[in-house]
Design a protein around this ligand. Sequence first.
Ligand SMILES: NC(=O)c1ccc[n+]([C@@H]2O[C@H](COP(=O)([O-])OP(=O)(O)OC[C@H]3O[C@@H](n4cnc5c(N)ncnc54)[C@H](OP(=O)(O)O)[C@@H]3O)[C@@H](O)[C@H]2O)c1
Length: 316
Amino acid sequence: MALMQPSDKIFVAGHRGMVGSAISRALTARGYGNILTRTRAELDLMDRAAVNAFLAEAKPDHVVLAAAKVGGILANDTYRGDFIYQNLQIQNNVIDGAYRAGVKRFLFLGSSCIYPKFAEQPIREEAILTGPLEPTNEPYAVAKIAGHIMCDSYRRQFGFDAFTVMPSNVYGVGDNFDPQNSHVAAGLMRRFHEAKLARAPQVVAWGTGSPLREMVYCDDLADACAYLLENYEAGGMINAGSSMEYSIREIAETVRDVVGYEGDLVWDSSKPDGTPRKIMDNSKLAATGWTARTELREGLTEMYRWFLGNVAAKAA
Ligand SMILES: NC(=O)c1ccc[n+]([C@@H]2O[C@H](COP(=O)([O-])OP(=O)(O)OC[C@H]3O[C@@H](n4cnc5c(N)ncnc54)[C@H](OP(=O)(O)O)[C@@H]3O)[C@@H](O)[C@H]2O)c1
């Protein structure tokens, strides 16, 4: 019997975020018409009693937890207490509440940054908990590791069908373009866009541009999540990257082209480069029959269109 039916009720927690909104679109595109959402104002996921009451009443068949406190390096390092407390609280409430409400399938979103800092590349799922974490985002990573272990423990003790999907660097429509808090592609996009408007002669990027990063487009990740909800029964965690690897220089140059900035891109090699290479081993995902298809330029083009209509338009 199929793991999901088109009429099933699916609660997507965090549906206004980049990943949650993409997952809602992917589920709708696959024919699921009964998607349940709540804004933070309607349901604060930090509030255990409210989460339990909502889930007990709504009785969703499946839950996707895409709500979390998320940010870049600076935010992770500065708001360490908020990152560990809020993420633990949200996931404890939603995982336990879903189990108590009789939810059939539960998808928890992890992150590639919860793997050890010096994990062997490409990073396999088995690398989890085998070494020290990157210190700047340790509180966030520890919370996410706890969420994964909680899903696994509820599966083993209670037979709750929960599993963890581990995305790599996600980018795309709905991304966070906050100058203090964005990831690489969104940060560069905003800077090139502003430099284009200001006719600035150059944009300076940190480091040498040589580190390699795996980039997954948000709608690809979302399609993988929907596909795994429909097909993946093994539990545990599964990497969901694109296996498309680009140097930071290639990412920056492609963003520059997409934005249409004609000034110079200058690399400040006195600034740190970060980890030389970060890519996940996606063979477990590939073995399920799913692979990513959106190339960087195509994804960035969609993302810039969205940025112009949503972020730049509001700022103007
Ligand atoms: N972006 C990436 O590169 C990446 C990579 C790996 C893993 N992930 C994982 O994917 C998941 C989603 O990430 P994202 O990039 O989509 O983040 P996002 O855009 O910041 O979205 C997170 C969502 O969670 C909601 N939320 C946070 N706290 C809440 C609360 N107390 N009550 C209700 N809603 C709350 C936010 O609501 P508001 O709209 O009200 O703020 C927001 O809509 C996270 O678990 C993250 O770890 C992301």
